[in-house]
Design a protein around this ligand. Structure first.
Ligand SMILES: C[S@@+](CC[C@H](N)C(=O)[O-])C[C@H]1O[C@@H](n2cnc3c(N)ncnc32)[C@H](O)[C@@H]1O
Length: 345
């Protein structure tokens, strides 16, 4: 019988993603120990290749990669291989605008060969059959593009004045775009991952709890700033966050329809922010959002740092006003899946 692992953490918002990743590394390591056939995977090479997709600038990527390498070494030993004979290559992927210099400057003392692969993961990134394990945490919520119908004033899915999905037609358009993107993602990975290889993904799924979410707080800043003339109203109408959180069933159905992978393990994990509505804590949360969206926002609105400072100062205030990080509606839920590339499909 499998030991029950902790599926719940209570963390400061500054260490929120790290804590979520740590929870799921245990699941990955267990699956490596019980199901990854290292000897078979390395029958034609002694280099075990890992890719971390949407790696950002660290440090979470280093934590994940090192834990996976340690688990693969242990497994190779248990299969009778000399772990010293296995070499590791780690391929760090993100979009071209990612700051790979910062990532490589902070690369820890390591036991692997490292390389960067800057390009969107919604297409082929690596040669066919060249990877043994792919990891992707908190990155598959990003859409490749905004669904076109929500930008069309004549469509029932037009999302003018909002920046995310609330009404049914908009949600359906986001969901259809997500299904299309994930199918592209899975089909590309199916080419790259050798049969028997693993794909581990950790995605945020819809927010639980009462009351407004942090996205609601963010949206209200755009509306206020458009009313006050600080942002152009037409541009607010056309701006939509390119992120979507699928439900657990929706995500599983996409994997099954794609057909190239078996689902070996799923887990639902919970992160809860330690209530801390102090200004520095809330500012940190707002800054994390800023680092994810600033480039996109500046380009869309054609504005500079001053407007961004105003937007994110307001966002921090709204997070306090809405009680998003301090009330009873502060839980975040993640969904973890461990997939295995089918031998034939
Ligand atoms: C929230 S960060 C997560 C970073 C890291 N994986 C972690 O768990 O801490 C999301 C990252 O995904 C990257 N990303 C978003 N869309 C992407 C795409 N289409 N291809 C590659 N990377 C992408 C972003 O640039 C960003 O660095």
């Amino acid at each position: 019988m499998r030991a029950e692992k902790a599926k719940y953490i209570y963390a400061k918002n500054s260490a929120f993603q790290k804590a979520g990743i740590e929870l799921t590394l245990e699941f990955i390591n267990e699956e490596i120990a019980s199901k990854l056939e290292v000897t078979k995977l390395l029958s034609n090479s002694k280099v075990f290749k890992i890719a971390d997709l949407g790696c950002s600038i660290g440090p979470n990527t280093f934590l994940a990669v090192q834990s996976i390498i340690d688990a693969v070494k242990l497994k190779s030993k248990s299969e009778g291989l000399n772990p010293e004979s296995v070499e590791f290559q780690v391929l760090f992927n993100d979009v071209v605008s990612n700051d790979f210099n910062t990532l490589f400057k902070s690369l820890p003392e390591r036991q692997y060969f490292a390389a960067a692969v800057p390009r969107t993961f919604y297409g082929l990134l690596f040669p066919e059959g060249s990877l043994h394990l792919v990891h992707a945490s908190y990155t598959l919520q990003f859409l490749s593009e905004i669904p076109k119908e929500i930008l069309d004033k004549n469509s029932p899915a037009w999302n003018g004045g909002r920046i995310h999905y609330s009404k049914k037609e908009v949600r359906e358009a986001y969901s259809a775009q997500y299904a299309k993107d994930m199918n592209l993602f899975l089909s590309a990975r199916a080419k790259e991952i050798i049969p028997g290889g693993f794909l581990a993904a950790l995605i945020p799924i819809p927010h639980v709890g009462d009351g407004p979410s942090h996205v609601d707080a963010f949206e209200s800043c755009f509306i206020d700033m458009a009313i006050e003339g600080l942002l152009e109203e037409d541009k607010v109408d056309d701006f939509n966050l390119p992120v979507y959180s699928p439900s657990e069933d929706e995500f599983k159905a996409i994997i099954e329809r794609n057909g190239h992978f078996t689902i070996e393990r799923t887990e639902k994990t919970y992160r809860e922010v330690i209530p801390d509505a102090s200004k520095p804590s809330v500012k940190r949360f707002a800054d994390q959002t800023r680092s994810g969206f600033e480039g996109l926002l500046k380009e869309h609105f054609g504005v500079g740092n001053e407007v961004m400072d105003e937007l994110f100062d307001r966002y921090a205030e709204k997070l306090i006003e809405f009680g998003t990080l301090s009330g009873s509606h502060k839980s975040f839920v993640d969904f973890f899946v461990l997939l295995k590339r089918k031998v034939q499909s």
